[in-house]
Design a protein around this ligand. Structure first.
Ligand code: ADP
Ligand code: MG
Length: 703
């Protein structure tokens, strides 16, 4: 396929017009340059990336009649007269009115009254005969038309009379303002900057994507010009998609490079003979689901190959990832290598250890739990399977003959640890497991260097979960209900939120909750679990809960991931409004693990309408993928990706839920770039560095 030549070859090496100061831009007045500088906007790139959040079609503003309606609209008007009307004696209580007509009023002769309430000082800035562009909603009252507190720009007649052509007679960008910036100043700057930046100056980042994605005829310069000053509205979306494709491309270059270097590092083939894994699966009290079988097949195939495996196994809570992981670890053992399983918390490591020992010891497999970091003599004979927290990464002795590493709950770990492990010299097969259902676009963007297996089918025979959002004053009723459940032999979780980023304060809140619930549930035993407890105390509490000696467990979010007590059927989450949807879904996954119906109640502040609306989806569905998408939609990708995203280029144009196809195109382009043209890769790399440096930039095209 043809690759578009880099177009900046005519410019001196290292020259970047984007770093040029605004004072060098022809046509920009010192006044505007200074105004922008006060807000830290100093270079050409600052203006280029200060993206409009809306455009107004001002090509024919004067032709549309004033009309009352729900949608805001813009008009180009001239002020006919103004006055202030005061009412009452209180100073400032009054309304400033400006009666306006269309600038080209011929034929229409309509009048509109602009009103600013309690802002009599407006009379100082708006005067008869000025020309304004106004934007707002028009209402009708007793046959007259009004627009209250319109957004407005003085086009002619103010203290700044330049360049009417920039602000009217075209599709006009509207920028988000901060500090003392005015719309006109920002737009004027954008205009002159974009005038100056012709195609020669803006090098393409993408190899031309040919006709894929509908980008024929598009290049970076056109996209950037269009984003600010589009010739037609329809082109805005193509420009956004083009720039989104760039963002994905930059991301994919990194991902594909990482993937390739992992493969080049070379690994070992781990083709088991099935002796252990088949015995294990045969002894399970259940059949694997179709999804589990498929995932295990994919893992076996990867492990049998020489290239190291890099696979993400994701599936909703309760989809049965642990069994798949254990089978994979047995494949490693069959081929004479060690396998390690790393859990995000000690509680989980211990739980995995118990499960593994229970199932694997009868097969003669040696399983060992390692909780400390460095130190500890190598055990002889070495275990087949090591289980621990990520402290295992620092335990050289433990990682001798490592064939497979399983990392549980990836979102707590991060990509960095995985990289560290691979750096350590051995290139084991890596299986990453996460219970956060990740929408497809995100797996490609974030985990694009991993192959993906999805457990999209749940084991049968699981109890139903009924979820309700309730005001917090229903605690007494809730206690009565929990007592009933306990009387039937069930157990419950009482979750207290993260109040601050402080384990100490969280622990204090949980302790208080513990006292309260101990009283409410008397004489049943109520346990307490939080991050400040010693490892032994935690384990003792969990043991008591698993054994049914403790009826209810007051806990901070330490139980969030993976804890498996099938007899627990009730979960009350206090202050649920403080939790994200994905996190609540994780928490809720702790119940509904047995055959009994389970009940999850999310307590919120009565007055907290935002929380009520947001959490409604939890009542509606227990499909983790739907919840994850809703989360993404509500919070935007930055929050959902959380720390995983930091250090990565910001996604300013990309719409993660909608742009799956673009991610795929970007992937292909990145593969091709790395195959064919290292120069383009270097350009993408430089861009990535620049974008990452600008990651904190507040400008965004998304609203
Ligand atoms: P995850 O880690 O995906 O949340 P687990 O691996 O902890 O889920 O499995 C949840 C529960 O389901 C465990 O008790 C496990 O033994 C059980 N389980 C796993 N696979 C199956 C299956 N195919 N059929 C029935 N139960 C299963
Ligand atoms: Mg799990």
């Amino acid at each position: 396929m043809h690759v578009r030549p880099v177009r900046f070859t005519t410019l001196p090496a290292g020259f970047s017009i984007m770093q040029t100061l605004l004072s060098e831009v022809p046509g920009l007045t010192t006044r505007i340059v200074k105004m922008l500088a006060k807000e830290g906007i100093e270079k050409i790139s600052d203006v280029v990336w200060m993206l409009p959040f809306r455009h107004e079609d001002r090509r024919r503003v004067d032709a549309a009649a004033f009309q009352a309606g729900a949608a805001p609209c813009s008009h180009f008007v001239r002020v006919v007269k103004t006055h202030v009307r005061f009412f009452g004696r209180r100073r400032g209580a009054g309304v400033f009115e400006a009666v306006v007509e269309h600038v080209d009023g011929s034929g229409l002769g309509q009048q509109l009254t602009l009103r600013w309430w309690n802002m009599p000082f407006m009379s100082k800035s708006i005067a008869t005969d000025m020309e304004l562009v106004v934007y707002g909603r028009i209402k009708e009252f007793k046959g007259r038309l009004f627009m209250d507190h319109p957004e407005h720009e003085i086009i002619r007649g103010g203290d700044d009379d330049d360049a009417g052509k920039i602000h009217t007679g075209r599709i006009t960008p509207v920028y988000r303002l901060r500090g003392a910036l005015s719309q006109k100043a920002v737009r004027t700057a954008a205009w002159h900057v974009m005038e100056m930046l012709d195609d020669r100056f803006i090098a393409d980042l993408l190899p031309v994507p040919s006709d894929k994605g509908g980008f024929a005829g598009w290049h970076r310069s056109r996209a950037l010009h269009t984003v600010h000053f589009p010739a037609v509205i329809d082109e805005l979306e193509t420009a956004r998609r083009y720039l989104a494709l760039e963002e994905f491309y930059v991301c994919q270059i990194r991902v594909v490079r990482r993937r390739r270097s992992a493969i080049e590092a070379g690994g070992k083939a781990h083709a088991g003979d099935g002796s252990l894994s088949h015995a294990f699966l045969g002894a399970l009290p259940f059949e694997l689901t179709g999804a589990q079988r498929r995932a295990l097949g994919e893992i076996r195939r990867d492990m049998a190959a020489c290239a190291p495996m890099n696979r993400l196994l994701h599936g909703d809570v309760g989809s049965g990832k642990t069994v798949v992981a254990l089978a994979a670890m047995l494949v490693a053992a069959e081929s004479g290598s060690q396998a390690a399983l790393m859990a995000p918390t000690q509680i989980l490591a211990e739980q995995h250890f118990r499960t593994a020992r229970q199932w694997l010891a009868p097969l003669g497999v040696r399983v060992e739990l390692r909780l400390g970091g460095e130190g500890g003599e190598p055990v002889f004979p070495p275990p087949d399977i090591l289980i621990g927290t990520h402290a295992l990464l620092y335990n050289r002795a433990a990682l001798q003959n490592l064939g497979l590493v399983v990392i549980d709950e990836q979102h707590k770990f991060g990509v960095a640890q995985r990289a560290r492990l691979i750096e350590k010299g051995n290139t084991p097969d890596v299986l990453v497991m996460t219970a956060t259902p990740i929408p497809r676009t995100l797996t490609l963007t974030l985990y694009g260097d991993l192959d993906v297996s999805t457990l999209d089918e749940r084991p049968r025979e699981r109890g139903k979960i009924v979820t309700k959002v309730r005001p917090r004053n229903k605690a007494a009723e809730a206690a009565a209900f929990l007592r009933e459940q306990i009387a039937q032999g069930r157990q419950g979780y009482l979750v207290f939120p993260l109040i601050e980023e402080s384990e100490k304060l969280d622990a204090a809140a949980a302790k208080k909750g513990h006292e309260e619930w101990t009283r409410l549930l008397e004489p049943h035993r109520v346990g307490l679990l939080h991050g400040r407890l010693s490892a032994e105390d935690k384990e003792e509490v969990m043991r008591g809960f698993r054994a049914g000696e403790i009826s209810a467990l007051v806990s901070t979010t330490v139980i969030e991931v993976g804890v498996d007590v099938p007899n627990a059927t009730v979960m009350y989450v206090h202050d649920a409004g403080r939790f994200g949807l994905a996190q609540l879904h994780q928490l809720r996954g702790r119940i509904g693990r047995g055959s009994h119906t389970s009940y999850c109640v999310l307590f919120i502040d009565e007055a907290d309408d935002e929380a009520r609306q947001r959490l409604a989806i939890m009542e509606e569905t227990d499909d983790g993928f739907r919840i994850a998408e809703e989360d993404l939609r509500r919070r935007g990708p930055g929050d959902v990706l959380g720390r995983a995203q930091s250090g990565q280029a910001p996604l300013r144009f990309a719409e993660l839920l909608a742009d799956t196809r673009l991610v795929r195109i970007a992937r292909q382009l990145a593969e091709r770039t790395l195959d064919e043209d290292p120069r383009l890769e270097a350009a993408a790399h430089a861009e990535l560095r620049q974008l990452t440096a600008e990651a904190d930039s507040p400008h965004s095209m998304r609203q």
